[in-house]
Design a protein around this ligand. Structure first.
Ligand code: IGP
Length: 259
């Protein structure tokens, strides 16, 4: 099956002269339904929904704390998928699940693929499954419209980057920093060249994520690629109930602000 929904949603936004904006939220840290509907209304292109996990190796402190709160409230992959299924008809933008591989394995890969297809999920990011071990996910998701979105790190050697990008679906998640998620002041000088290179070789859109937390960074990083992913700043703003901050971040990806 050609995986199109996620690709098209991003492409549509880019064709309108805007940048794609994908906020990350932690499923079960506050009301998932309310957060999704708020972000949709604010103008998000798609939403990355994180599944809380006990050993989140790539998560920085903000996302880790959000995960702990969600786990305390009893959120699991199962409860989150159920909730997404329940709001499926209200959600008009694609959802992307970001989870470590363990919760998928305990759910059962095939059952998970079916549940995603029924719950408005059009993309999947699994940070702890390297390209070489991706076959099992590929098989399970083959007949679905769920894109397997790859992460490309700053330090991957060029031949590896080429392989990851060639296998990429939906969009390429270009990680902008070395290390874990979280707010950063600045970016490496090398980043611009790295992003240009990814844009050159990728047939799907390239989005930059990690360390982006201000409207200025949304604009400056967005200008180099097709869009941005913002996690910690969104998670923290929902936690602090600073909804205006979230609106400003989304608005920074829009044309009116870019001009
Ligand atoms: O929080 P940041 O620095 O804005 O980065 C996005 C990130 O949180 C989100 O995409 C994410 C959360 N956990 C992850 C684990 C791996 C890759 C990506 C993620």
């Amino acid at each position: 099956m050609t995986k199109t929904t996620l690709t098209k949603a991003i492409q549509k936004r880019v064709n309108e002269g805007e940048k794609a904006f994908i906020p990350y939220i932690m499923g079960g840290d506050g009301s998932l339904t309310e957060q999704i509907l708020f972000l949709q209304e604010a103008g998000a292109t798609a939403i990355e929904v994180g599944i809380p996990f006990s050993d989140p190796v790539a998560d920085g402190p903000t996302i880790q704390r959000a995960g702990e709160r969600a786990l305390e409230k009893g959120a699991t992959l199962r409860t989150i998928l159920e909730e997404l299924k329940g709001i499926r008809n209200e959600v008009k933008i694609p959802l992307v699940i970001m989870t470590y591989i363990n919760p998928i394995l305990s759910y059962g890969i095939d059952a998970f693929a079916q549940a995603c297809a029924k719950s408005g999920v059009y993309g999947l990011i699994v940070p702890d499954v390297p390209l070489e071990e991706n076959e099992m996910l590929k098989d399970a998701f083959q007949e679905t419209d769920v894109s397997l979105v790859p992460l490309v790190s700053l330090t991957s050697p060029p031949d590896r980057i080429e392989k990851i990008v060639a296998a990429g679906e939906g969009f390429i998640y270009a990680v902008t920093v070395n290390g874990i998620t979280g707010v950063r002041d600045g970016f490496d000088d090398y980043l611009e060249k790295h992003l240009n290179q990814l844009k050159r070789i990728s047939s799907v859109s390239v989005l930059a994520g990690f360390g982006i937390s201000t409207p200025e960074q949304v604009k400056s990083l967005g200008a180099l690629v097709d869009g941005v992913i913002v996690g910690s700043a969104i998670v923290e703003a929902f936690h602090q109930k600073e909804l205006e901050k979230i609106r400003e971040l989304v608005a920074a990806s829009k044309k009116k602000v870019l001009n």
